[in-house]
Design a protein around this ligand. Structure first.
Ligand code: MN
Length: 194
């Protein structure tokens, strides 16, 4: 069997940066996060100064089929928009009944989750922590460190798909903000019932 025919895959992710030398990441800059941070005025000020890299992640190109497992790393950089920490957009899976595992390789963060029935949960992410995101739960990674990137490795069924639109439209019910140097979970003042 030639290498070109191989179905298995070997790749690497740096334990400090989370980055892979094997393919380009997908990058989300501040300009791609319009409407995601609740302090819109501060968002506009920051964007006028610099279109900062907020997070990046990998799509390893695994076939989008049942039985496949999509995987990669996600790297969320330190920073805040006002008192709200840098975070990923967050998403539901198109196949809502999809669970996902995140294993934290570096940093300090939180995984914020909520389901369409109105339940929400949050778990801490520190190096060595594994978080199981259950089926039906939207999920968002939040970096609460002032200095270090939050690096996680994720795996989920290959045909699950992503629904970003629901969160883009109505947001999460809860936000994670800095309060006197510590993360605090507050109600999202702009949350809309779907
Ligand atoms: Mn996911």
């Amino acid at each position: 069997m030639s290498m070109a025919q191989m179905r298995s895959l070997l790749t690497s992710f740096d334990l400090q940066t989370g980055l892979s030398p094997d393919r380009p990441s997908i990058q989300r800059r501040l300009s791609a996060m319009a409407g995601m941070f609740y302090n819109e005025a501060r968002y506009a000020e920051m964007l006028a100064e610099e279109d900062s890299l907020i997070y990046e992640f990998y799509d390893m190109g695994v076939p989008a089929q049942a039985g496949e497992i999509a995987f990669g790393t996600s790297i969320t950089y330190p920073g805040r928009v006002g008192d709200e920490y840098f975070m990923t957009k967050g998403h539901f899976h198109t196949i809502l009944e999809t669970g996902e595992v995140y294993y934290c390789l570096r940093g300090q963060g939180m995984m914020l989750m909520e389901n369409p029935e109105g339940r929400w949960e949050a778990q801490s992410l520190t190096a060595g922590a594994a978080v199981y995101v259950p089926p039906r739960y939207a999920h968002r990674s939040i970096n609460v460190s002032p200095t270090d990137p939050l690096v996680t490795f994720f795996a989920f069924r290959g045909d699950a798909g992503h629904d970003y639109g629901t969160i883009e439209t109505k947001g999460f019910r809860k936000l994670v903000v800095d309060k006197a140097g510590r993360p605090d979970i507050i109600d999202n003042p702009r949350w809309k019932e779907a």
